[in-house]
Design a protein around this ligand. Structure first.
Ligand code: FEO
Length: 163
């Protein structure tokens, strides 16, 4: 059985994961609107992943005898200054998510909640990957700058993303 403090913290993270999905879906719309189908594809894949992350929390809370509580999700931005601006926002967002996961791990340690600590390890590893992949795109977009052929090249590259 989860302690109430842990259940509340897990619910917050579940909602943050669904809010991430909402943010990336908005970015998918931004890229679709600009006909950058590959970048949009990357965001759709990311949206799907974040929904899966939210569902992992949903089922874990249930498995431990808690109740998932869905909270409000605020409207995400609908536009960005450039693809670089959008991906810098992804990177900053993922750093915030990582901080949230680490805080949860700290709480699980403090409360001696070993199952939650074990459950969270998957997310600790996942966040390393999430930050690295967002930062890789940011660095490439910085090199590309305003060169249109470069934008089309990265659009094609990100369009290959599987899962
Ligand atoms: Fe589920 Fe991108 O953090």
């Amino acid at each position: 059985m989860l302690k109430k403090s842990m259940e509340k913290a897990l619910n917050k993270q579940m909602n943050d994961e669904f809010a991430s999905a909402y943010l990336y879906l908005s970015m998918a719309s931004y890229f679709e609107d600009r006909n950058l189908k590959g970048l949009a594809h990357w965001m759709h894949a990311q949206t799907k992943e974040e929904t899966e992350h939210g569902m992992k929390f949903f089922h874990y809370i249930l498995d431990r005898g808690g109740k998932p509580i869905l909270d409000e999700i605020g409207a995400p931005p609908s536009t960005w200054k450039s693809p670089l601006d959008a991906f810098q926002a992804v990177y900053a967002h993922e750093q915030k998510v990582t901080a949230g996961i680490h805080k949860l791990v700290d709480l699980a340690t403090k409360e001696g909640d070993h199952p939650t600590h074990a459950f969270l390890q998957w997310f600790v590893t996942e966040q390393v990957e999430e930050e690295a992949s967002a930062d890789e795109v940011v660095q490439k977009l910085k090199m590309i700058g305003d060169m249109v052929p470069g934008i089309f090249m990265i659009d094609r590259e990100l369009g290959q993303r599987n899962g």
